[in-house]
Every structure is written in structure tokens, then in C-alpha cells.
Design a protein around this ligand. Sequence first.
Ligand SMILES: NC(=O)c1ccc[n+]([C@@H]2O[C@H](COP(=O)([O-])OP(=O)(O)OC[C@H]3O[C@@H](n4cnc5c(N)ncnc54)[C@H](O)[C@@H]3O)[C@@H](O)[C@H]2O)c1
Length: 283
Amino acid sequence: MFVFKAAVVGAGTMGGEIACALASADIPVVLKDVDRGFVDQGLEKARSIWQGSVDAGKLPAEAVEQRMALIDGTTVYDGFGDVDFVIEAVPERMEIKQDVFAELDLVTPGHAILASNTSALSISEMADATSRPDKVVGFHFFYPASMMRLVEVIEGDETSTETVQAAVSLAQTIRKLPIRCAEAPGFVVNRILNSSFGEVFRFQEEHGFSYEEVDAAMADAKASPMGPFYLVDLLGLDTVAHVGRHLNDSFGDRFPLHRGMLERVERGDLGAKTGRGFYEHGK
Ligand SMILES: NC(=O)c1ccc[n+]([C@@H]2O[C@H](COP(=O)([O-])OP(=O)(O)OC[C@H]3O[C@@H](n4cnc5c(N)ncnc54)[C@H](O)[C@@H]3O)[C@@H](O)[C@H]2O)c1
């Protein structure tokens, strides 16, 4: 199936980036959020990514407006009547996702594939909220989605082979590298990432090192482009904590939880998106 038009639901940390990745491949995309402020933030995110490419001499200046014209930012479902592929990127809570999938089932054409950017939740449970479980699939980007090449394509219990093929093909069209995964806790990447981060979290809390010390040591060791605590701030503490809980529930202490992270989530200090997490962030 060719994707002539796509939609992204949720314009937070991931939504604007995903819309940018789609429009960069000349696919028109509707970007919807419940909050106009987040829609505008998502549009601004896409613009700043393309402007960065212009500044680096990698994109002609006129491409920014041409690509911006491909993204239709909205707070309503107008514009979903002729979409072929929708990517849901709302908060990592099953009840919110199921409400969105039930709405999408009503407002999109019958052939449209409904995909979720979930980091950990069950695709099959989201599919249960629709009348087309064969057309529901996981389509999991990594932050920042405009740059990171990997996309996990996750098969639910009833996802059809045609749907998986269409998802793989869309990922390739937007120049990503799809890998197919089963609906297992953490899928592939978060299972691997959290097994190493879990050890860092345990070590930091047991020895009382500061977040800065741990991040600096990891950066010095060239273990990753930035330390784990700073990365968690960018990803969103609520999202990372949710994945951590899911893995901890599934596998126990092999995936330890970080108490400092859970306390911050409790207080609403979710990282860069709220201005404070392990670090302070300017707006
Ligand atoms: N943050 C990451 O690094 C990351 C990486 C990969 C996958 N994910 C996954 O992507 C999804 C979104 O994560 P995020 O970090 O972008 O979350 P976020 O909290 O930054 O953004 C979520 C957005 O969804 C909007 N929203 C809430 N209810 C809505 C509804 N009913 N309809 C439309 N919009 C609605 C919110 O207003 C908000 O703008 C989650 O499933 C998460 O697990 C996140």
C-alpha cells in the first residue's frame, strides 16, 4: 500500500519530530494534538530542524516553506478522512491510547493503518479498541525521530502480514531502518538500553554519586553521546519511568527502578519538557 497522506496524533516530544520525518520524504501529514500550544510547538520543531539543515548547507532555503506547507497542524479530526497511515504519539497510558484508537477507527477510511509509537504497551490491547485489529501495528521511532534511523515495527496478535509489509515499506520510504519485533516487553531496543541503564541507575543510587558525575564519566568513556541522566531529561522522565516499570513488572530486579526518577515524576518534574528533571532547563 502506498502512503499518499499520513497523520500524527500527539504533538509532544515525539509528534513534531515524526511529522518532520514524514514531510521530509514529501508525504503530506496532519499533525493533531488536543492543545493548540503543542501543535504550534510541533510545527516549530519541524521548522527548526529544516532551518538547521539550511544553515548547514544541506538543504536549499526554499525547502523549509515547501515542507512546512506539507504539515497541517490541527486540534480537530478534520483532514483525517483521506489518510492512509496514522501514527499515534500520545502519552504512554493505555486508557488514553485506547480512546484515541477508538476515535481514529471512526474518523479514518477503512483501509487506513493505525500505528502506535508506544515504547512498551501492548499493540493488541490498542487494537481491541478498533474494528480493524488486522490494521493496527507498532511503529516505534527513537528520539530524535528526525535523525534516528531505527524504527521498530511491532506485530500485535492480529496484525496482518499486509499491514506489517506496509509499515516496513513506509519506514523505508522515509529513509528509516525498520526491524520487525514481537510484542515482548521493551521490544528490542528498550530491553537492551534499559538493561545497561538499570545498572547505571542502581550504581548511582547505591554510591550516591551526583548525576553530573555519572554523566561526565559516561561521556568521557565515550560510552554514549551524552550521559544517561541528561538523555532521560530529553526523553521525558514519565516516558522512561513507564518503560522501566513495565520491564520491572515483567522481569523483576534485572531491571531496577530509579527512586530519584520516580520521585521527580511524582512531583511533575518530567525533564526538558517541563523545564526541570535531573537538570534545570531553560524554556
Ligand atoms: N519521548 C521519547 O523519547 C519517546 C521515544 C520513543 C517513543 N515514545 C513514545 O511516544 C509516545 C509519546 O511520547 P512523548 O514523549 O512524545 O509524549 P509527550 O508527553 O511529550 O507528548 C504527548 C502529547 O500528546 C498530546 N495528547 C494527549 N492526549 C491526546 C489526545 N487524546 N489526542 C491528541 N493528542 C493528545 C499531549 O497534549 C502531548 O502534546 C509515547 O507512547 C512514548 O512512549 C517516546
